[in-house]
Write a protein that binds this ligand. Structure first.
Ligand code: GLN
Length: 205
């Protein structure tokens, strides 16, 4: 059984836990999900999700709890991380906001709340590299990526990158945990050499 962690200092944690379970089931894997509110849990996790919420708050709390270095070690070890919305902002290399202490795990510069006031929240059918059918992407006061650096851009909206892969990290500006469609979690965790999918196949019972 795989061990998953959802960074749970703030944001939509329960939805990510459910989405991880759905994606695991779709890939014939078993997973136990832990909520991560303090240090000492991430080192035991095979895969991690960092949810949306409020990026300045998440940044401060992961730092205060000493979870930031553990997340860095997780990614350095090549284990998959899915960072969504505020999670993308915290994982980025430049949040363009002094109140965010970026983890620098995704080589991207982001703009917070980039899609404008009247478009605070919207759903868009997104073409995502690696997915056959468009993904129903829910954007809520979403960031956009200004500079996708050396990352692989997986999806764009309005011409701007909104999903990228950087090694073991998949980061999205939208909320893949808010729809029943768990394909983004599948992509991040189970369907790539850089995910745990193929690599752990023999050890899964
Ligand atoms: N607007 C939030 C921020 O900049 C992110 C929104 C979200 O995670 N839904 O932190």
């Amino acid at each position: 059984t795989l061990v998953a962690g959802v960074v749970a200092v703030q944001g939509d944690v329960e939805e990510h836990a459910k989405a991880i379970e759905r994606a695991a089931r779709a890939h014939g894997r078993e997973v136990t999900v832990h909520e991560v509110r303090e240090s000492g849990i991430v080192p035991d996790c095979d895969l991690l999700a960092m949810p949306g919420g409020e990026s300045t708050t998440i940044s401060r709390l992961v730092h205060d709890q000493g979870i930031d270095d553990e997340i860095r070690d997780h990614v350095d070890a090549g284990k998959p991380l899915l960072a969504t919305c505020a999670g993308l902002i915290v994982a980025s290399s430049d949040a363009n906001d002094d109140r965010v202490d970026e983890l620098g795990l995704v080589d991207a510069s982001v703009e917070r709340n980039a899609f404008g006031r009247q478009k605070d929240s919207f759903e868009a059918p997104l073409e995502v590299a690696g997915l056959e059918e468009p993904y129903p992407a829910v954007f809520i006061r979403a960031p956009a990526i200004d500079d996708a650096g050396e990352t692989d851009v997986l999806a764009r909206w309005d011409g701007r990158p909104v999903a990228v892969r950087d090694g073991p990290v998949v980061a999205t500006a939208f909320h893949p945990e808010l729809t029943p469609d768990s394909r983004i979690h599948g992509l991040a965790f189970f369907e790539n050499e850089e995910s745990i999918g193929p690599a752990l196949e023999e050890t899964a019972e």
